[in-house]
Design a protein around this ligand. Structure first.
Ligand SMILES: NC(=O)c1ccc[n+]([C@@H]2O[C@H](COP(=O)([O-])OP(=O)(O)OC[C@H]3O[C@@H](n4cnc5c(N)ncnc54)[C@H](OP(=O)(O)O)[C@@H]3O)[C@@H](O)[C@H]2O)c1
Length: 268
């Protein structure tokens, strides 16, 4: 059973749609004819995106400004989605922090778990019964190559991404015969455009240009992968090779190496 074709009542949902990968997914879904629900915290940015998409593709775009790290706001959105015909869920919103956990703001670390883990898990649980009963649906989860191994100085992020990577790939195994596709997007570095040298963040300065993959390409590849019920999408040959290598290299060897790299990102 393919991912459902666009229909008047069905909605494709994209979380973290206000920029970068989520924005790319929303645009690509609209280009494929899907009516959308887009969500993130910044309602003004979402509304501007919705206007552009409606102008260009003539689809319906509903805007939901929601802080997914807030359990009350998240529950409200989940309740709405559970009652609607959701054909595709792109559980994409996520944030990262860098530095030793002991030195980071604990409220920020907890919010990151709420967003990166429960912001995926709760939304999937909300839409899943409807998809299973219709025998059709697509769930694309934005995990990360960072979830493949321990990363000192990026510990909360790496652990949250290990959760969603494993959740996505496990869920896919359960739903193979239920008509619901589940694909994990586990990218290396992705961004819309490479900024000039003066505007680059430390992360951007430390990652060589050839490793960056565009959001547009990532969105297309991810949705094509979801259509084919691919287990995992890793855009870019270098990221793919690094991802495979990290899967076979003992964690005791990988951990101190990546920890030293990420120490620079935490300003340590
Ligand atoms: N880009 C990469 O290189 C890369 C690599 C590996 C994995 N990933 C994963 O791919 C996903 C998207 O990455 P990205 O680079 O596109 O992220 P990004 O540019 O940092 O954008 C994050 C998105 O999430 C939204 N968001 C942040 N906090 C939120 C909250 N509390 N509640 C609701 N929405 C929130 C943001 O919008 P508002 O600020 O408006 O809320 C924004 O739309 C993430 O899960 C990320 O971990 C990205």
């Amino acid at each position: 059973m393919p991912v459902p074709a666009p229909s008047a009542d069905a909605r494709a949902v994209v979380t973290g749609a206000s920029q970068n990968i989520g924005e790319g997914l929303a645009i690509e879904l609209a280009a494929r004819g899907h009516n959308l629900i887009v969500t993130a915290r910044r309602g003004d940015v979402l509304r501007a995106l919705a206007d552009r998409i409606i102008d260009q593709y003539g689809v319906v775009v509903e805007v939901r400004p929601v802080d997914l790290a807030d359990p009350t706001e998240r529950t409200k959105l989940c309740d709405e989605l559970a009652a609607r015909d959701i054909s595709i869920l792109c559980a994409n919103a996520g944030t990262a922090t860098f530095g030793p956990v002991a030195a980071l703001d604990s409220a920020g670390e907890k919010a990151q778990v709420q967003l990166n883990v429960l912001g995926v898990h709760d939304l999937v649980l909300a839409v899943l019964p409807g998809m299973v009963s219709r025998n059709a649906g697509g769930i694309l989860i934005s995990g990360s190559a960072a979830g493949n191994s321990p990363i000192p100085n990026n510990a909360t992020y790496a652990a949250t991404k290990a959760f969603v990577n494993t959740f996505s790939e496990s869920l896919r195994g359960e739903l193979k015969r239920a008509g619901v596709h589940v694909t994990l997007l586990a990218p290396g570095p992705v961004r819309e455009t490479l900024p000039n040298e003066h505007e680059q963040s430390l992360v951007e300065k430390l990652i060589p240009d050839f490793l960056w993959i565009s959001t547009e390409y990532t969105a297309k590849l991810s949705l094509d992968g979801l259509e084919r019920n691919k287990m995992r999408i890793v855009p870019g040959a270098t990221s793919k090779a690094m991802s495979v290598a990290s899967g076979y290299t003992p964690r005791a060897i990988v951990t101190p190496i990546v920890g030293a790299v990420y120490k620079k990102l935490g300003g340590g």
